[in-house]
Ligand binder design. Structure first.
Ligand code: NAD
Length: 489
């Protein structure tokens, strides 16, 4: 069994403190590794190394800093299949899904290579007679990110490339459930020749997180995970005077209008609800059918979902893998039972899924619950599993009112061929990411990942220009020079 190590100050180190959670292949139940619980001493060592590396790193010209990212991108391409496979083994998603997330991660490395342009400030000559004003962007220092289990390779890459390209030094605390892909990616970062301490990897759970949140030499924290933890991290880091961006959980709705293209809508919504076993923060969880879309959508989605091949993500032809842990499986099955208790009709019930050859895996089959009452916990609670609840509305306005009641605001989509309805939806729906005939409205690397309401705590989002704003401080210089300067020498 592998022991997960930390990468601190340019060397691989055995973590201090106690052992933490077991890393388990969710398709097979095989024990892959053991994560450390996380120790404040390891965090302190990583911060010390990152702080020591910062003065020299920020002085490296931006055009030179990105040369390391070009090498990093090249190494990621060369090891693409190997990393995708690791993601599938530790997370459970299919190989196609792992390739997809890694591609999205690599795109962030590519975008961060534009830092010499993106990090530029601005200036104005003669704001008063003989006085000029200049705005520079400067890096913050040691910055840290804390990331979730569902995108082991992609989500850390929403932060790392921008942070170091801007001249910061960076510490990652990945999810303790899926530490293996990032360990391999840090081996590749080591091969780029980055100076010691520019990037560090500290494994563990809450003790490592708390040590980062409380460390006075870490001025900025990025977080992605559940809303309860996002709230906690936002409050604790802000109390320490840090800038914080916390992306939280989600409860995403899709509205299906009667004029939607039936086949396309059903395929796309099925991929959104059941892809990655429903463990995407942009996954559709509630479908609101409008008018006569109710019957046909219920029938088509049930047919498509029921025909999905569930199994080990490494196996060719498999379309949906397991959920991350036994506890997750039990929690999701509990929600399904609760929905039925509330009066929902189980048109497709994925509980007690048994997969030949993967008997120890933690599988929940695709589940479709029709007629979920508005009062049911299923309509508001994040389930984070392959469960689609169907509810019905008489109009787009009623559907949008249902969405507006949610405490989350990560994403919402509409399926229609009516441009006016789509435009109204796009304009008024209170979520940060919106899809029009799109099931997973995932922003590209050069756009911000914009959750709203209880799905996000902070002001600046991940990726693109927001990342540059987050990882730099603005400095304004106002200057005047004596008129007779040239005559004095
Ligand atoms: P999680 O909140 O359990 O864990 C996320 C990170 O926080 C991990 O690194 C974990 O070690 C740490 N953590 C967990 N509990 C903690 C505590 N009590 N104190 C301090 N640190 C703690 O999330 P998860 O289960 O790994 O991931 C799934 C969640 O992430 C879902 O809610 C999903 O919607 C959300 N998510 C959101 C986005 C987004 O962009 N909004 C993207 C991906 C995932």
């Amino acid at each position: 069994m592998l022991e997960v190590h930390n990468y601190i100050g340019g060397s691989w180190q055995r973590p201090a403190g106690e052992a933490g959670v077991e890393v388990i292949n969710p398709a097979t139940g095989e024990l892959l590794a053991r994560s450390p619980a996380g120790a404040a001493g390891d965090v302190a060592a990583a911060v010390e190394a990152a702080a020591a590396a910062f003065p020299d790193w920020r002085a490296v010209p931006a055009g030179e800093r990105i040369q390391y990212l070009f090498r990093f991108k090249q190494l990621l391409e060369e090891h693409f299949e190997e990393i995708a496979r690791l993601v599938t083994v530790e997370n459970g998603k299919t190989l196609a899904e792992s390739r997809g997330e890694l591609r999205r991660g690599v795109e962030n490395v590519e975008v961060a290579c534009g830092i010499p342009l993106m990090m530029q400030g601005y200036n104005l000559e003669d704001i008063a007679r003989g006085v000029d004003e200049i705005m520079f962007r400067q890096p913050l220092g040691v910055v840290a990110a804390i990331t979730p289990f569902n995108f082991p390779a992609m989500i850390p890459l929403w932060f790392l490339p921008y942070a170091i390209a801007c001249g910061n030094t960076f510490i990652l605390k990945p999810s303790e459930r899926v530490p293996l892909a990032m360990a391999r990616i840090f081996e590749l970062l080591e091969q780029t020749g980055l100076p010691r301490g520019v990037v560090s990897l500290v494994n563990g759970g809450k003790p490592a997180v708390d040590a980062l949140l409380d460390h006075p030499a870490v001025p900025a924290i990025s977080f992605v995970g559940s809303s309860a933890v996002a709230r906690y991290i936002y409050a604790r880091a802000a109390a320490g005077g840090k800038r914080v961006q916390c992306q939280g959980g989600a409860k995403n709705h899709v509205v299906v209008l009667p004029d939607a293209d039936r086949e396309t809508a059903t395929q796309i919504i099925s991929d959104s609800a059941f892809g990655c076993a429903g463990q995407r923060c942009l996954a559709v969880s509630v479908a609101v059918t409008v008018g006569e879309a109710r019957e046909w959508f219920r029938d088509t989605i049930t047919g498509v979902a029921g025909s999905l091949k569930v199994g080990s993500g490494l196996e060719a032809g498999v379309q949906m893998g397991p959920v991350i842990t036994r506890a997750s499986q039990e929690r999701i099955e509990g929600f399904i039972g609760q929905g039925l208790g509330d009066g929902a009709n189980p048109v497709l019930d994925g509980r007690a899924a048994r997969i030949a050859g993967c008997e120890r895996g933690t599988f929940v089959g695709p589940t479709v619950l029709d007629g979920v009452p508005a009062s049911s916990a299923l309509t508001e609670t994040e389930i984070f599993g392959p469960v689609l609840s169907l509810i019905h509305a008489q109009s787009v306005d009623e559907a949008m009112a249902i969405i507006a009641r949610s405490s989350y605001g990560n994403a919402a989509s509409i399926f229609t061929s009516d441009g006016a309805a789509a435009r109204k939806f796009r304009n008024q729906v209170p979520t940060g990411n919106v899809g029009v005939n799109i099931g997973v409205a995932a922003p590209m690397a050069y756009f911000p990942f914009s959750g709203w309401k209880g799905s996000f705590f902070g002001a600046l989002h991940a990726q693109g220009r927001d990342a540059i704003e987050f990882y730099t401080d603005k400095k304004v210089v106002v200057e005047r020079w004596p008129k007779d300067w040239s005559r004095r020498f």
